[in-house]
Design a protein around this ligand. Sequence first.
Ligand SMILES: [Zn+2]
Length: 477
Amino acid sequence: MFVYNTMSRKKEGIRALKDKRLGFYACGPTVYFYAHIGNMRTYVTEDLLRRALAHEGYVVRHVMNITDVGHNVGDGDVGEDKVRAEARREHRGISEMIDFYTGKFLEEEALLGIQRPDVMCRASEHIGAMISLIEKLDGKGYLYRTSSGMYFDTSKFKDYGRLLGSSFEKMSKELKAGARVERPAGLRNITDFAVWRFAEPNEKELVWDTGYGRGFPGWHIECSAMSMEYLGETIDIHAGGTDHIPIHHTNEIAQSEAATGKRFVRYWVHGAFMTIGDRKMSKSLRNVYTVEDLVKRGYLPLSFRYMCLTVHYRNMMNFTFDGLEHAQRSLKSLYAFISRISAIEGVGHVDQELIDKAEALRKEFFECIGDDLGTPTALSKMHGLMNLVRGVKLNGSESRRILDIMLDLDSVLGLEFNMHLSSALQKEAKELIGKREDARRRKDFRTSDEIRSRLRDEFRITLEDTEEGTVWYTSTD
Ligand SMILES: [Zn+2]
């Protein structure tokens, strides 16, 4: 399995240091608002990587943080905590709001077929680990105090900016020349960042009394402290969006490696941005969509997952509703294909040549996935497999072999083919679908429509006729 490592700027073969175990840390959401589909694309990519590694026999321990404190409204350690500010704006209790958006996030992840991380850790529950790390850094002389908090002196960390292919000097120069971002008073270097911020006297929630004073953590420190707590001082894979490279991940590396003297991450994996109709996603353009918005417009959430798979994760993805429509059509024809071949019963003589060709496509599919998650080419292999058997009258023995391959591919794609197996249908519903097929063949559209309504009302099953045949799925409404 090869992935593009942002640090080395090349594809590298993934190897575990011990057994076949890999520690995998992914930066999670800041739970002050809904996650939009651009965010969700990154989580789909991470899920795909995790599934691909599991398919290669790795035992992956997936850790994701939930940022419920420490992420500020301003870019440069100024401004209010995002969670606290939003709670006030919405007139809600902080913990109620955190629970609400965390719950929403997990629901949307589940709709997209994203497997739950093994560990989901909340920043607010790991203040002790963060303080220990801060003390370590302080003891080694990396920190200094200003009126607003404890800051990391980036000039003291030798390799600062390496993830960007930059350096402390270069980054300082660029930041000074660029647009002015408001920074706190008393900073020694423009690239320095807070590990602990002092609370205003009126702040009552999400603040802690510590040896460094009453306050709350900087954003970056949580990921260093929690990844070390659950995965050790050197973690195998760290993933996130490309927007995290210049600041968040650069600062995670600085504080982690300064504290331990060890390499923090072996493979850095970053997913690219998403635009909406070629424009940047922004609230003012009213083009920020959530998975729930797509569902409300009548789309299957997994159509969005399928759409993500059609673009390589390191390429910019442009979201359009036309594109989503197209993805949904492809997905439905896949489902119809799965339903159809899984309904074939009995045994028969196996056409070995056909099965050999199908097996070759399975192998090619996984070679594409193993080459830095090449999902667009992998999908074309899967469609090649469907084309291979198009028009072929498969017997039960053959269809089971083909189905076995399709389910294997789906263990990485995560499109939930298993929900569309003929065996997933209740017997009665299955019979009704069969009767409707007969009615359609007889061109008895009245009966066909009646059965369709019955399936919807009694079994919550929606039917749709596609090129591959009739697709059914359980209604989401
Ligand atoms: Zn992080």
